[in-house]
Design a protein around this ligand. Structure first.
Ligand code: UD1
Length: 415
């Protein structure tokens, strides 16, 4: 049930369409709580994390339904304010519901967030932002947050955080007066959330830059937006193309959101161009290792593509060096790749790759979302049969990775 079987050793080729973005959809779902009526997300990915967020909305009193890939959320009666630790523990993004609950009901009580085990993942910045807007929050054994009317304020983040930036935005759009969020994350998903909220009538400026300014409004209208294509899924498939020296076309590439990744792809010897809105990638000439690369906040190289890139680097003869700067424990997949014959040495933030050793199939274990996907890529590049255990981690973010890779010529089945 939880296994994927792959027979590797053949280059990928063909065309693939990219699912809607997980990290864009989840905060938009939280934002939908801020309107007492029906909001819709079109092209929403049907993945485990979205289902989990949908379940929480339902438990808060929302009524939800799907028409194909369009997710409708009727939040008219979503007036409950408690979310159990069992539900919040299923994913990291549950934490941003706290800002939405405070904005809507001036109260929220919830358990600690869960999510992929890729580092410590504190939430201090989230809580500081909410407190600055006037919330009182008790932290143990679960969060109990309450406020009168939230009041706009200046919030200076000591460190860039995607989730904390989104938290601040969700709480500030209905707060009285002006809020400035300083040192914000610039990730595209923050901008998509702002676009969605602006469509609902929120007054937000400056997203995509370091400082976001929000003027609170009394109420918000219904949300209605097309979820953008998932840049991390697109990057994962490009890494699969690189690892197998294939040639693929991406039907709906995330426009302008993959630049840092594509620069590395080109330095490795890959080629790509955009034609009629499609991205044509040719990985047949990939042969250069990457002497040094660090993961960074956007617009730098995304941490979520670090493991998928490793799967390509282990196939390229020569030395590559990666530094993981965002999360402390994001190399679990490297150890599994070594069991397939890769030669990766990990020490703290650093991973040194001695690429070009032949990979061979064996049984490996996915332990988190992106690392799990990376193991599938390594298996596609390996000789022989691999079993990747732990599909439940992978389906949190990839809607149909097996079907997509099969359509590109990979031999891959789910048990
Ligand atoms: C989001 C993405 C995730 C991506 C990550 C970084 C979603 C649902 N997930 O996660 O896929 O890998 O951005 O691009 O959008 N931190 C603190 N205190 C806080 C919050 C964060 O110290 O209160 C630290 C984290 O431990 C981490 C860094 O800040 O070291 C960045 O984390 P953050 O940007 O918040 O990541 P997420 O929003 O959890």
């Amino acid at each position: 049930m939880d296994d994927i079987r792959i027979e590797g050793g053949r280059p990928l080729g063909g065309t693939v369409a990219i699912q809607g973005s997980k990290n864009a959809a989840l905060p938009m779902m939280a934002a939908s709580l801020l309107h007492r009526g029906v909001s819709v997300l079109k092209g929403c990915p049907r993945i485990a994390d979205v289902f989990c967020m949908e379940e929480i909305l339902k438990k808060l009193g929302a009524c939800t339904w799907w028409i194909d890939h369009d997710l409708y959320m009727d939040c008219t009666n979503a007036d409950k304010t408690e979310i159990s630790g069992t539900d919040t523990g299923k994913m990291r993004s549950s934490v941003i519901l706290l800002g939405a609950l405070l904005g809507r009901s001036h109260r929220g009580c919830m358990g600690y967030p869960g999510g992929c085990v890729i580092g410590e993942r504190p939430i201090d910045l989230h809580l500081t932002a909410l407190r600055r807007l006037g919330a009182e929050i008790e932290e143990r054994p679960f969060f109990v947050a309450a406020c009168g009317e939230l009041e706009g304020a200046e919030i200076i983040f000591p460190k860039k955080s995607v989730g904390a930036t989104e938290q601040g935005i969700l709480a500030a759009v209905l707060a009285a007066g002006e809020t400035s969020l300083v040192n914000c994350a610039r990730e595209p998903e923050v901008q998509w959330l702002c676009r969605y909220l602006r469509g609902m009538g929120a007054k937000i400026a400056g997203d995509g830059g370091d400082c976001i300014r929000i003027t609170g409004v009394e109420s918000l209208n219904a949300g209605n937006m097309q979820v953008p294509p998932d840049r991390i899924v697109a990057g994962t498939y490009l890494c699969a193309c690189a690892a197998t020296r294939g040639c693929i076309t991406i039907e709906n590439p995330p426009e302008g959101e993959l630049d840092a990744f594509l620069e590395v792809y080109r330095k490795m010897g890959g080629q790509y161009h955009i034609k009629s809105g499609k991205l044509l990638a040719d990985g047949t000439g990939i042969c250069h290792p990457v002497p040094f690369l660090e993961t960074e906040e956007y617009p730098g190289f995304p941490t979520d593509l670090q493991s998928p890139l490793l799967a390509a680097l282990v196939t390229i003869p020569g030395k590559s060096h990666i530094m993981e700067m965002i999360f402390e424990d994001r190399y679990k997949a490297a150890y599994e790749m070594n069991r397939m014959g890769a030669w990766i040495t990990v020490a703290g933030k650093d991973a040194w790759v001695e690429g070009g050793y032949p990979l061979h199939g064996c049984t490996v274990y996915a332990q988190e979302l992106r690392g799990g996907a990376a193991l599938i890529l390594a298996a596609l590049a390996a000789e022989g049969k691999t079993t990747v255990k732990g599909y439940s981690f992978i389906r949190r973010g990839y809607e149909h990775i097996c079907e997509d890779l099969r359509a590109l010529g990979g031999i891959i089945v789910k048990d």
